[in-house]
Design a protein. Structure first.
Length: 367
């Protein structure tokens, strides 16, 4: 590599980990989190749900299969910066059209390698997700400590507006059989692909769109997307969800959308110790008794006690590692949501059936 200068990670509690620069010099602030996936790094880095986060990859080798311009979940990387152990400058894959290092240079993304990621991840697991700064200018440590102390915490932080579309747009075939209005809180491209291939034409609306605006298109159903940040400040999206639920129109929510629907039903959310981020998280479908290996990426969850005691909400899926709620449905309604990512990208396709269930719900509602 051309540049292997010194770099470091400073955590908000003062802990420091050392590494080396990957060629893009600079400084990046964000919440420190880790992803356990062994593949799919490009999809992870471009997932809008990771906006404002410093990503630690637990897989020992990153960059070994390069990048491909089609394997993106948004038009640019959304992570604040990358921290890894071994970074491969060279890549080996016929489909690749660029190296990961060139991809980072193109988007001016600060990244550092040669970090003891096992120790760092262990530290996060013990002490929880926290703000941090990565820099290739270790001599500026005193100044960076002051700036890090001023960084806002993820709890209470509204970030959907940072990644949502500014204007409505369409996705799919205009001649499709069904129409869906999607509220974009940071929507992944593979969600749109999954809807489109099921004969759905999607109109994607900005994060602060009202139910009235989303209804004027006369859609057959509604969707509330994934996204970054705390769901509690999303007052407009919560009100929109309430209005959709009142009409008993088909409504499907994923990740942040799932949390928004829960809040609309009067269920609170909370910040998790270190969240779920990976592509091998076990979930059980309580209706079928079947297990699913799922793709997950969230730092907040909905309150289990409040959900269990809610007369109008049914728990449909549970995360088997920690018993947190992974899915709900609204009784006597056409609304359901999951905390994880059935569209995967990256990850397994065990949960793809949820898109089929949403389309079937739309069909039944049209009868």
């Amino acid at each position: 590599m051309n540049s292997r200068g010194k770099a470091l990670i400073l955590l908000q509690d003062g802990t420091i980990f050392f590494g080396k620069s990957l060629g893009v010099n600079g400084t990046a602030f964000g919440e420190l989190c880790f992803n356990t996936g062994m593949t799919g790094y490009q999809e992870i880095f471009t997932d809008p749900s990771y906006y404002g986060q410093l990503m630690v990859t637990t897989n020992a080798h990153i960059g070994n299969y390069g990048t491909n311009s089609d394997e993106i979940e948004s038009e640019s990387p959304k992570i604040a910066g990358l921290i890894c152990k071994n970074f491969n400058q060279k890549f080996s894959r016929p489909k690749a059209d660029s190296s990961l290092q060139d991809f980072f240079k193109k988007h001016n993304l600060v990244s550092i390698s040669d970090v003891d990621t096992r120790a760092l991840v262990s530290y996060i697991r013990d002490n929880g997700a926290m703000n941090a700064v990565i820099t290739t200018y270790p001599e500026k440590l005193p100044e960076l400590k002051k700036k890090l102390a001023d960084q806002p915490q993820m709890e209470g932080l509204e970030l959907a507006s940072k990644v949502s579309t500014k204007k409505p747009y369409f996705f799919g075939n205009p001649d499709s059989k069904f129409k869906v209005s999607a509220l974009d809180l940071g929507i992944k491209k593979n969600i749109l692909r999954n809807l489109s291939k099921r004969n759905v034409y999607v109109k994607v609306f900005p994060h602060n769109s009202s139910f009235k605006e989303m209804s004027e298109w006369n859609p057959d159903g509604f969707f509330i997307s994934n996204g970054p940040g705390d769901p509690e400040p999303l007052e407009s999206a919560i009100q929109t969800a309430k209005n959709i639920i009142k009409t008993k129109s088909p409504l499907f929510g994923i990740c942040l959308g799932h949390q928004v629907i829960a809040i609309a039903m009067g269920i609170s959310t909370y910040k998790m110790h270190n969240g779920h981020r990976g592509i091998n998280h076990p979930v059980i479908n309580l209706k079928t008794g079947k297990g699913e290996i799922s793709s997950q990426n969230h730092g907040f969850a909905i309150n289990r006690d409040e959900t269990e005691s809610h007369p109008d909400v049914e728990i449909t899926h549970v995360h088997l590692n920690d018993n947190t709620i992974a899915g709900i449905s609204i009784k006597n309604s056409n609304c359901f949501s999951v905390q994880y990512h059935p569209e995967a990208s990256p990850g397994p396709h065990d949960s793809n059936y949820l898109f089929d269930e949403f389309v079937q719900m739309i069909k039944n509602n049209k009868k």
